[in-house]
Design a protein around this ligand. Sequence first.
Ligand code: MRU
Length: 371
Amino acid sequence: MIKTVEWTDDGVRVIDQRKLPHEEVYPLLRTPEEVAEAIRQMVVRGAPAIGVTAAFGLALGVKRSSARTVEELEAEFEAWCRLMGRARPTAVNLFWAIERMRRALTEARRRNLPLPLVREWLIQEAQNIYREDIETNWRMARNGAALIPDPARVLTHCNTGALATAGGMGTALGVVRAAVLMGKRVHVYVDETRPFLQGARLTAWELLKERIPATLITDNMAGYMMYRGLVDCVLVGADRIAANGDVANKIGTYTLAVLAKEHGIPFYVVAPISTLDLSIESGEHIPIEERPAHEVTHINGQPIAPEGIAVANPAFDITPHRYVTAIVTERGIAHPPYRESLSALAVQPDVAHSPADEGIRAEGVSSPEGS
Ligand code: MRU
């Protein structure tokens, strides 16, 4: 299994996604500051992976803190939450994970836990977030695989695999993995995904590793592939989904959705409930990250454009809900009208969580999830 991020005794170990596919390097992040920087620099990227890594970063701060009282720890913790929250603006999973860690601290305070147990409580909560992400992806994959015909030619965008999550299945690519495991014959068309090339570098790497048949194309070839009848469905992930079903995802997603509609091809979004932001009415309110110009003007550090040219680099776009055929989540598949179907899924109770940490049980305290 590809391990995107891992909690170790010495810190948070991540695979450096900027070095893939040529080098497999696993730096160890030892402070919340290093974790936030790794998210900002896209060492770790992909909405669920960012959330899990941020939770580990907060747990790391708590573990290493020299605070002598819970109040001191709380003040430090708040500063790390703000630091993490500034790392990247669009993927709501980051803010979801920070809020969940904040709620865990509030609960630990409500129980009057002593400082050592508050530390354990928060480390446990980060590990719960990690484990649940992997389980969630399995459930999404199984739900989504039912939508995939056999045989199928699937077009994907960006990286939505193990690397975009805590590890294991991934979101949209998880659906492909599950369909293949079910014995379906799937061929994946992989959009290279300019400018950061997550498709060419990461998705292609994952698919080759698993021997799933795949063909790499540049983003501007997608329309022609559809025109030739080579695409049966489009599968993408999401970084934030508004209450009306508008989807923020990697730049270029909107183009694919419009093309898919024109060609009568289903356009599926695969995302966990933690990617829903029902506090946001529609896509126009979702903050879109603007990334540095050199990501557009350079490839692999080599300039490809004349110096001094003005550059736009919005990292995400908004796909209006009318282009989205269905949204696959771990709790089921949402169909239009999304305002109703998404809010119904959001209030469903979560399926069983992972077992409580034995260490905490030994102290006579149930884990946050077990409480
Ligand atoms: O800028 P990135 O690489 O973090 O963007 C990631 C994507 O857009 C993914 O497609 C997305 O997170 C959804 S699937 C996990």
